[in-house]
Design a protein around this ligand. Sequence first.
Ligand code: GDP
Length: 298
Amino acid sequence: MFDTLSDRLTSVLQNLRGKGKLSDADIDATAREIRIALLEADVALPVVRAFIGRVKERAKGAEVSAALNPAQQVIKIVNEELVAILGGETRRLNLAKNPPTVIMLAGLQGAGKTTLAGKLAMWLKKQGHAPMLVACDLQRPNAVTQLQIVGERAGVVTFAPEPGNGVGDPVDVARRGIEEARRAQHDVVVVDTAGRLGVDEELMKQAADIRDAVRPEETLFVVDAMIGQDAVTTAEAFRDGVGFTGVVLTKLDGDARGGAALSVREVTGQPILFASNGEKLEDFDVFHPDRMASRILG
Ligand code: GDP
C-alpha cells in the first residue's frame, strides 16, 4: 500500500547522503520534497503541515552528533516524526477490571467490521481469552448470518437475535448479548454494529444508543484504508457522533495510496490499535507505529 510513498521518501533521503554539513536551504529543499511525497500519498494537509514543520525545526536545530552524519540525522528525525504521527507507542487493548470486556465496532458499511470481528475473536483466543461475538447489525440483509459464519470459522460463539422476530432492536440484542456472555463466562465480547454507505444521523444515534447500553471498554472505529481522504472526514464524523477509543485500519493490502489512513491518528487524537491486511482471518495484527514507519521509510 505504501510502495510509492516509500520509494519517494527513500530517494529524497538518499539524496542527502554524502553531503557534509546541511545548509538551511538543503533542509528546506528536502522538506519540500517530503511534503510533495506525503501529499501525493493522500496524507491530510494539516497533518503534512505539522509534520514538515516539526522535521524542519528539528533538522535545523539538530545538534552536531559524533555518531551520525547530517543526512543520517535528518533520516532519524523523519523516522521519529513518522512514528509520532502514527501514534508513538504501540497501544494495547484495554481490558475491563470486571469482565466481560466489551469491544464495540463502528464504521461505514463495507469497512470490514464483520470480517474484523472474526479476526479479533481469533486473535483474542490466541491470547488466552474466551471471546463471544454479538450481532447488532440488523440493518444489512445477511449481516447476522455473515457474522455467524465468521464466528464459526474463528471457533467462537455468536449471539444473534432469534430469526423470525422481524428486524429487532439492536440495543436490546446488545444488552442481552452481554448478559449471555456474563452467564456463559466469556471474558471479552465483540459487538458488531450496523454501517451505512455514508455517514448518517440515524446510524450515529443507533451506535451511540448501543454504546450507552453496553458501555464498552473500547469502541473501535474501523476504516478502510483504500477510501482515501474520506477516511479522515468519516473518522471526524464518527468521533463527533459516537466517539471512539481506537482505530482499526483495514485493507492495508490494497494498492491505494493509503496516506489518509496514516492521518487518522493525528486528526482524531485516537490511537491505531490493529491493522487488517487481507480477507483471511489470519491477515491481522496489532498495529506497531515504529514497524509501520520503518516499512514506509524502506
Ligand atoms: P462490514 O460491512 O464493515 O461488516 O464489512 P465486511 O467485513 O463485510 O467486509 C467488506 C468486504 O471487504 C468483504 O468482501 C471482506 O472480505 C473485505 N475485507 C475485509 N477486510 C479486508 C482486508 O483487510 N483486506 C481485503 N483485501 N479485504 C478485506
